[in-house]
Design a protein around this ligand. Structure first.
Ligand code: ARG
Length: 587
């Protein structure tokens, strides 16, 4: 049992022994580490209910707890807080039993949840850009946190592959290459297996087509018609569209690979097309779908803020299906196929209204009864001027640009000697990639999801302060200490810790506190809680490393400090994994 749960048990027993109800003992990590390790605040609500003085309730409970050698001291402070300090002997003795497992003391709930996690949200034929960093990085971390807790998670990229952009591209290609077989309605042969264009071609054609449609109504109408024909199964267009998908998906996978972001499902909006047609027919028949100026809509009730929600447009007047409609059909599919307890969407906060509409529509047609639908929004990435981040030349940065900028910044820190002083050229190239990407991810994950943050390439790759490199440095140091003194390897019962200095105690207490951070991060879908914990762990380790000599310590002390380093590494690696950070072998 982890430390917090052991203390909860002991406190509950003391409450009972004093004749009190144990439903509200309020045991938690101390928010005053200078005064105690853990605290129990349950005497306060109890006193209120019993109309007694909280201190006179807390005192006998504290007296009971003092009888247990588990605690070094127990005091009643303020209006009636019970402050507990654990004995050093207990802290040292519990290390192996509590920390050595794969969950580092986190106790998984009995009930396993199934979660569909929708993140990434890239679009076919468009280069991934700055807006795609956060959904990929945050989504990946939430996936890993949920899996750490024991959930079964199905990660789906939900590719944007079915809307107007597809029709625009087809129209542009039609105008430029009218002789391609895809545009020949009499063609009955096999279409070429290889696309007659590259993904780069598509990325340049799309903005041209989009601009064209804005000023040429004729062209725009053709694009709408082509979208409709594609959706309705036009043979040539489907073949063309398959090229779009194949080219884009391989580009997208390459970038996600560099970010160490991966998915179980590579489905797109198109995947639910047939299901959506059935759904629309059904909703028409049951009268839920209402004609409205040529379109078909589902009227919705009130929004969270009390205003009326705008109706969900399912089918546009030109017959094309809308984004919200594919999202509804996708909910139906996910429920049918995976029976999830929750479907989570890691998508820009600015799509809040969209998801409110979709969830309200889903509730109205009983699509997801008992399934928790959650939009996990996030803020924007700004430049140092606090406006949306731009490239040096003022354009919208691609994801490629962001990764390269971070890697180059890491590389520069190596050239300037801030890091990587002992690395040769080849290692610098290899390791600046790992450090740059981890720095980029950490600089994102350490922020509360909903807040905007400032992308500052210089800061994010600094080795000082709350940064990825600072943390990686600490972890690499743990590894190298263990390697140098021949102490690497899996944890065993022989890895015992004896506390001899305050820094050891502080580090060990930090390790025992992991479950609390995991639970908070999980409950709030908040990777920044793990990022924050890992940063504090790195600080505590550095303090320990500074205060407590290892190499020159006597044999017994050295053994204990190496064991403590091993536990620190074990927990730090678990956290890095939850954040999706890779750790270099040296730095
Ligand atoms: N592709 C969409 C976009 O670029 C994001 C998709 C998010 N997921 C969803 N199920 N709607 O805005």
């Amino acid at each position: 049992m982890n430390l917090l749960n052991q203390i909860k048990e002991k406190v509950a027993t003391a409450f009972t022994a004093c004749g009190f109800d144990t439903s509200n003992t309020l045991v938690r990590l101390s928010d005053r580490p200078d005064m105690s390790d853990y605290q129990a605040n349950g005497a306060l609500p109890l006193a209120k209910a019993l109309k007694q003085n909280p201190r006179s309730i807390a005192e006998p409970i504290a007296a009971k707890l003092r009888e247990d050698s588990f605690f070094e001291s127990v005091s009643v402070d303020g209006p009636g807080f019970i402050n507990m300090r654990i004995s050093d002997a207990v802290l040292g003795a519990q290390a192996f039993n509590v920390l050595s497992g794969p969950q580092c003391g986190y106790e998984r709930p009995d009930e396993i949840k199934t979660i569909v996690l929708d993140y990434g949200g890239p679009n076919v034929a468009k280069a991934l850009h700055v807006g795609h960093l956060r959904p990929a990085v945050i989504g990946e971390s939430i996936k890993r946190i949920c899996r750490f807790v024991g959930d079964k998670v199905i990660a789906d990229v939900h590719l944007g592959d079915w809307g107007k952009p597809m029709g625009l591209l087809i129209t542009e290609l039609q105008d430029r290459f009218p002789n391609l077989p895809y545009f020949d309605d009499t063609f009955t042969g096999d279409y070429p297996a290889e696309a007659p264009f590259t993904s780069k071609d598509l990325e340049t054609l799309y903005p041209v087509a989009s601009a064209h449609a804005k000023e040429d109504e004729d062209y725009a109408a053709r694009a709408r018609e082509n979208t409709r024909l594609l959706q309705n199964g036009h043979r040539g267009y489907r073949a063309l569209w398959n090229h779009f998908i194949n080219l884009s998906v391989s580009d997208i996978k390459e970038l996600y690979n560099e970010l160490d972001v991966s998915f179980d499902l590579w489905r797109g909006e198109s995947h639910v097309h047939d299901r959506l047609q059935n759904m629309i027919a059904r909703l028409r028949q049951s009268g839920v779908l209402i004609p409205d100026q040529g379109a078909e809509i589902i009227p919705l009730g009130k929004a969270k803020n009390g205003n009326d929600l705008p109706p969900l447009i399912m089918v546009k007047s030109d017959g094309a299906v809308m984004y919200g409609a594919t999202d509804l059909a996708t909910i139906e599919e996910r429920v049918d196929e995976f029976h999830p307890d929750a479907i989570l969407y890691v998508v820009d906060a600015r799509q809040g209204l969209h998801f409110e509409q979709v969830f309200s529509g889903a509730a109205q047609i009983n699509l997801a009864n008992g399934v928790s639908l959650e939009h996990l929004g996030f803020g924007t990435i700004n430049g140092t001027d606090n406006k949306p981040y731009k490239t040096r030349s003022g354009g919208i940065p691609t994801l490629r640009y962001l990764i390269d900028t971070a890697v180059t910044a890491a590389r520069q820190k190596m050239e300037s000697g801030e890091m990587g002083r002992d690395l040769n050229e080849k290692e610098k190239t290899r390791i600046s990639k790992i450090v740059g990407v981890s720095a980029l991810k950490f600089a994102d994950l350490m922020n509360e999801r909903m807040k905007n943050y400032i992308f500052d390439e210089d800061k994010l790759t600094s080795t000082e302060g709350k940064t990825g490199p600072y943390i990686l440095y600490a972890i690499v140091r743990m590894k190298s200490v263990l390697d140098k003194l021949g102490a690497s390897g899996i944890l065993t019962k022989a890895d015992t810790v004896t506390i001899t200095a305050p820094a050891e105690r502080q580090l060990l207490l930090r390790l025992y506190a992991l479950p609390d951070s995991v639970q908070t991060a999980y409950d709030n879908r908040a990777p920044h809680v793990i990022a924050d914990y890992l940063f504090k762990l790195a600080q505590d380790f550095n303090l320990f490393y500074h205060d407590c000599p290892i190499k020159d310590a006597d044999e017994e002390t050295q053994k204990s400090r190496l064991a403590l380093t091993k536990y620190a590494l074990h927990v730090a690696e678990a956290c890095a994994d939850m954040l999706g950070l890779q750790i270099p072998d040296k730095m």
